[in-house]
Design a protein around this ligand. Sequence first.
Ligand code: URQ
Ligand code: ZN
Ligand code: ZN
Length: 582
Amino acid sequence: MSSAPVKKVPIHLQSSQNRLLIKNGRVVNDDGMEDADVYIEDGIIKQVGRNLIIPGGTRTIDATGKLVMPGGIDPHTHFELEMMGAKSADDFYKGTRAAVAGGTTTVIDFVLPQKGQSLLEAYDNWRKKADGKVCCDYGLHVGVTWWSPSVKKEMEQLVTEQYGVNSFKMFMAYKDAWMLDDYDLYCTFETCAALKALPQVHAENGHIIARNTEKLLAAGVTGPEGHQLSRDEEVEGEAVNRACVIANQAKSPLYIVHMMSKSALESLQNARKRQQMPVYGETLAATVGTDGTHYRNACFRHAAAHVLSPPLRPDPDTPQVMVEALADDCLQTIGSDNCTFHEKDKEIGKGNFSKIPNGVNGVEDRMAILWQKAVNTGVMDPCRFVAVTSSNSAKIFNIWPQKGRIAVNSDADVVVWDPRLERTITAAAHKHAIDFNIFEGQHVVGSPQFVIVNGRVCLDDGDLRVVEGYGKFLKTPSNCPYVYGDELPAVNDRVDAAPQNASGRFTNGTPTPTDLTLVNKHLEGLGISSGCSTPTGRKMREVGQRDLQSSSFSISKEVEGLETKTSVRVRNPPGGKSSGLW
Ligand code: URQ
Ligand code: ZN
Ligand code: ZN
């Protein structure tokens, strides 16, 4: 007797319908922590709490001693990007596979049209490259690399529901390729403001870089060290300031991508004091995890592998200053700018540093590197880690709380983070398409043990089980309440901040010093360094000036003896009222 035909269910459907319970972990959101179980069904978080009633047959992950965090959101990747005569090596499959391996469950890539190319055509090409390959959800920013009335029209179309784009990147560098002049920048910022979209800038003075490059090459400086010499900190700081001025004139908010230097931070902080609209700052895993001394390495392969723009800085304090800027809310996000190139492609620039394709790895190691440099050192608490690696990007790009949050009805993008897991980063073990890693040999303590993407366990106790094409395109709607909401305090209110809890956007609902003491106690229970640097409305420090208080591990005397509670619940809309309940 023949048995009834078995109906094959596509693997992604089987997986997303699985029920999953993450038990005994400590749930960490950007605004608090609680000991809670998380129940997931059909790709959505259905319950968060203790003593949940769960259907039989549910798979259980024991997260005892682990942190249960929203999956990372990398706001800056370049997969399969054609630039400078080469194509970036990580495509949307390998790139998102590497992302998931490191705990990132959403990426936002950049559509970068050639000068003169239709933005819509470039967008369609990106969707064709990505849709069938992504292992996790992805969104798109669109580059405005030239300006005309037709470009303006296409921007208007791109922000509609059909296309789902709410952010546009403009370049102040890459002269004769993607660079816009100040007039065109002003027009693009005005257009973004009118569309309630968010302009982004790559802030470096492209004219100065071009002239310095000519002079260096003429003087016989042709190696990768010339890349850094042609564009020092001042060249970045000037452009950050200019971009802020233009945004202020255009009455537009602004997001500055890949901020790499103290000079850039200084310009940002100064601009915020006068800015009418918010200015957000992003730095990179590369910036906090390595430095510009590598450009002097005698091996071309090694030095060229570190070439990106703006460059890594030779100043040894810069990585630490960037970590502190993230902790203090001077910077809001950390991306990877993942744009990897094979050695043969980097060699295009042998004999002329200005032809080395720009870009490094980072999408896989972004979270572990920041954890190591920021949380293990006591500069940042886990809540702030979640904010800068996930929730803030979700808020700024208007996908919060669908993404970036462990809460009922949020997407089941979850990382079970083992703060004790030790490993050494190597190219031999990474998931990228290239055989070089700029963090090679770095020992990190803290990494994902499980990564759940839309309800599917894609990193399963260390085993990577991604599915090509499982991810979806994620629309990012315009008119983000977090960026454009009238009721919200401006970022610069925070610069001259009033005492505790008179907070800016990112600090609404964040713990007060008393609350942080309790967070510290939770961490001590886990054996984690517990210095808390989550912004509490205090005045921002000057760039590079270390705040010893914020990096202290000690529990504040005034609250010693308080009863430790096991849950923290602060449920605020983005930028909503501050009302921490412990
Ligand atoms: O400028 C960028 O963001 C891309 C195109 C290249 N990567 C880099 O060097 N930052
Ligand atoms: Zn850039
Ligand atoms: Zn980039």
